[in-house]
Design a binder for this molecule. Structure first.
Ligand SMILES: *Cc1c(COP(=O)(O)O)cnc(C)c1O
Length: 386
C-alpha cells in the first residue's frame, strides 16, 4: 500500500540532496574536527560551511551558532544555560502555556530549583496575551521564552512585538523556532531575538541534530561537561555528517521558500475546503491567518482521535492526533486545552501537516478516506442509539 505522509510537524523525510552531501562524512571523511591534521581540518571546514549556512538563514554571525543533538537540547541549553548563568540578576522567567514540552518541562525543572515562571495565557486562536506579558514583567524577570510557531495548531506568535517588549525592558528573548524554520523568514536582528532553537529533522535534515543561536555577549552555562567543542558550550565530539546535513537542508529550504510555502498553503487550503464541503460538524483550530502554511488542525465531532488515527493508518495515511509526543497519553493536549477547546472535541482532533512531496491526489485520498471513516462511525452511533 502506498504511504501518504501528513505528519511533517512530527518529522520530515531526509532530502536526497542532503543525504548526498552527508555521505562522505560517514565514510572517508571521518576525521575529528578538533584535531590538527588535514583529515580533521576537512571535518572542521565542513562544519564551518554548515554554520555559515545556518547563520545566513537567520541573519546572524556564524560564531553565534552552536550545534546540538536536537531541538529539545537547544531549548534546554538556552533556557537552563541562561537561567543558571544569570540567576544573580533575577529568578523570573516568562513563557506560555502552549510551548513544546522541551520548553515547558525545562521551566518546571527550573521552578524546582527556585526560579519563578509565569505561563502566559493564549486566546482562542492560540496567540499569547501581550498585555499579560507586559504586566508580568518585574525587576526579577531575566528571560522570555515564547515559541515562534506552535507545533499542534500552527499559530505563528507575534514575535516582533514580543522582541520589542523584551528589548525595551532589557530582558533576554529566546524563541523555540523548531516549527518555523523554512516556513517563516526569520531575521533575528530585526525581530530582536537573542536566542533561537531549531531542529534538523523538521526541515528535511536527519533526526539527531539541532542548532542554537545565541547572540554574542549573552552569557550562558554549558549543561554537558567534557571537551571544549562548540566554543566550550557543548561538550562531545561533533556529529559532523549530520551537521553538514542540517546546513544543506536549511540552505535548500530557504532557497525555495516562496514555492515551498505556496505549495503547502494551497494544498492545506484545499484540504480544509474539501473537509468543510464533505464533512459535517467540524471545528478548525488555530489562527487562520497567522498560521504555518502546511498545518491544518481540525476537530471532528463524535469520533475518538486515536481510533481515527488507527483507521487512517489502515488505509496508509500518517497523521497526528494533536501532538506526536502525546500519543501515549490519553489526556487532551495542553495546547488544545489552553485555547479553550472542550475535552471531548480536543480528543477528536486530527492534525494534518503537509510537506513538500504531498500532492493534490494525496489530499483527495485523505478527504475521501476521512469521509468514509466518519460516516461509518456515524452509522455505528445511530445503530447503538436505536
Ligand atoms: C519537534 C519540536 C521540538 C523538539 O525537537 P527534537 O529535535 O525532536 O528534540 C521542540 N519544539 C517544537 C516546537 C517542536 O515541534
Amino acid at each position: 500500500m502506498k504511504v501518504r505522509y501528513f505528519d511533517h510537524a512530527a518529522t520530515t523525510p531526509v532530502r536526497e540532496e542532503v543525504i548526498k552531501e552527508m555521505i562522505p562524512y560517514f565514510g572517508v571523511e571521518y576525521g575529528n574536527a578538533s584535531v590538527m591534521y588535514s583529515l580533521g581540518r576537512n571535518a572542521k571546514r565542513a562544519m564551518d560551511i554548515a554554520r555559515r549556512r545556518v547563520s545566513n538563514a537567520i541573519n546572524c554571525e556564524a560564531n553565534e551558532i552552536y550545534f546540538t543533538s536536537c531541538g529539545s537540547e537547544s531549548d534546554n541549553l538556552a533556557i537552563k544555560g541562561f537561567a543558571y548563568a544569570n540567576k544573580n540578576k533575577g529568578n523570573h522567567i516568562i513563557t506560555s502555556k502552549i510551548e513544546h514540552h522541551a520548553v515547558l518541562d525545562t521551566c518546571k525543572t527550573l521552578e524546582r530549583k527556585g526560579f519563578k515562571v509565569t505561563y502566559l495565557n493564549v486566546d482562542k486562536k492560540g496567540i499569547v496575551d501581550l498585555n499579560q506579558l507586559i504586566n508580568s514583567i518585574s525587576k526579577d524577570t531575566i528571560l522570555i521564552s515564547i515559541m515562534f510557531a506552535n507545533n499542534e495548531i500552527g499559530t505563528i506568535e507575534p514575535i516582533r512585538e514580543i522582541g520589542k517588549i523584551a528589548k525595551e525592558n532589557n530582558i533576554v528573548f529566546h524563541t523555540d523556532a523548531v516549527q518555523a524554520i523554512g516556513n517563516v523568514k526569520i531575521d533575528v536582528q530585526k525581530l530582536n531575538i537573542d536566542m533561537l532553537s531549531m531542529s534538523g529533522h523538521k526541515f528535511y535534515a536527519p533526526k539527531g541534530v539541532g542548532a542554537l543561536y545565541v547572540k554574542e555577549g549573552i552569557n550562558f552555562e554549558k549543561l554537558q561537561d567534557g571537551g571544549e567543542q562548540e566554543k566550550n558550550k557543548r561538550a562531545g565530539t561533533e556529529n559532523v555528517a549530520e551537521i553538514v546535513g542540517l546546513g544543506k537542508a536549511i540552505e535548500l529550504i530557504y532557497s525555495e521558500f516562496n514555492e515551498y510555502n505556496k505549495k503547502l498553503k494551497s494544498l492545506r487550503d484545499y484540504y480544509i475546503s474539501e473537509v468543510e464541503k464533505n464533512i459535517d460538524g467540524i471545528k478548525i483550530n488555530g489562527d487562520l491567518e497567522n498560521r504555518l502554511a502546511g498545518n491544518a488542525n481540525i476537530s471532528f465531532k463524535d469520533i475518538d482521535g486515536a481510533e481515527l488515527l488507527f483507521k487512517l493508518d489502515e488505509k496508509g495515511i500518517c497523521a497526528s492526533a494533536g501532538s506526536a509526543c502525546s500519543t501515549q497519553n490519553p489526556m487532551p493536549s495542553h495546547v488544545l486545552t489552553a485555547i479553550g477547546l472542550e475535552q471531548e472535541l480536543a480528543n477528536s482532533t486530527l492534525r494534518v501537516s503537509i510537506g513538500k512531496d504531498n500532492s493534490k491526489e494525496d489530499v483527495d485520498y485523505l478527504v475521501n478516506t476521512l469521509k468514509k471513516i466518519i460516516n461509518e462511525n456515524k452509522r455505528k452511533i445511530e445503530k447503538n442509539k436505536a
